[in-house]
Design a protein around this ligand. Structure first.
Ligand code: PGA
Length: 248
């Protein structure tokens, strides 16, 4: 039985002081959730957030990381830096990073490998545009993204990875995929995982849905057989996130 994972993606919101205040508000509301709960916060907020969450069941995640060990990569943050701050999860390949910051499938793959090598747990995003969905190529597109992200990663390591299916047309738009639409793609992702690895790995790996998840639609989405929780943007900054964290 897979344990659900519900992660908030705070994106570029909250100064460290605001992050600390939000954490203090959300922590008591989220504790006791059956799922693994993660706050993926801006890098500079990590120390403030880890301090508040210390000793709690809520984990801290980052939203990005570079694949090189260290050196002349101005503006980047390394895996060791995140690890030393107590980070557990890192999001890779979010559609905003792909679109605005040129993150490619190859970079995602290298970042995932680096994260795994130090014991960080990757959350790997994939998702189609509305045009791709309408052209009937959503499943093919996502199969390709998943294969490229996982290239060269063995089953034992892959089991530490969470895949987040986030249709781009549903992110921040208030247009959630229906539970059936989300299940169809998450089922296809589990299928491709079983082709790359085997049934056992595919059944172990967790697959989230993301895209306008809120307190009202979370329970129905998370009840689908191949949806093991959610990656939550807008609603992760509100008390509503606690409702989502308890939805299963
Ligand atoms: P949203 O964002 O919940 O605001 O749609 C989801 C995400 O981008 O991870």
């Amino acid at each position: 039985m897979r344990k659900k994972i519900i992660a908030g993606n705070w994106k570029m919101n909250c100064t460290p002081a605001q992050a600390e205040a939000l954490c203090r508000k959300l922590l008591p509301l989220c504790e006791g959730a059956q799922a693994d709960v993660v706050f993926c916060v801006p890098s500079v907020d990590i120390p403030a957030v880890t301090k508040v969450l210390a000793g709690s069941s809520i984990a801290v995640g980052a939203q990005n990381m570079y694949f090189e060990e260290k050196g002349a990569f101005t503006g980047e943050i390394s895996a060791d830096m995140l690890l030393e701050l107590g980070v557990k999860y890192v999001i890779f390949g979010h559609s905003e990073r792909r679109e605005y910051f040129g993150e490619t499938d190859e970079m995602v793959n290298r970042k995932v490998k680096k994260a795994l090598s130090v014991g960080l747990l990757p959350i790997v995003c994939c998702g189609e545009t509305l045009a791709q969905r309408e052209a009937g190529i959503a499943v093919e597109w996502i199969r390709m993204q998943v294969k490229l992200a996982l290239q060269g990663i063995c089953a034992q390591d892959a089991e530490k990875i969470t895949i987040a299916y986030e249709p781009i047309w549903a992110i921040g738009t208030g247009k959630t995929a229906t539970a059936q639409q989300a299940q169809e793609i998450c089922g296809a992702i589990r299928q491709v995982l079983s082709e790359i690895y085997d049934q056992e790995a595919a059944q172990t790996m967790r697959i989230q849905y993301g895209g306008s998840v809120n307190g009202k639609n979370a329970a129905e989405l998370f009840a689908m057989p191949d949806i093991d929780g959610g990656l939550v943007g807008g609603a992760s900054l509100k008390e509503e996130f606690a409702v989502i964290a308890h939805s299963e």
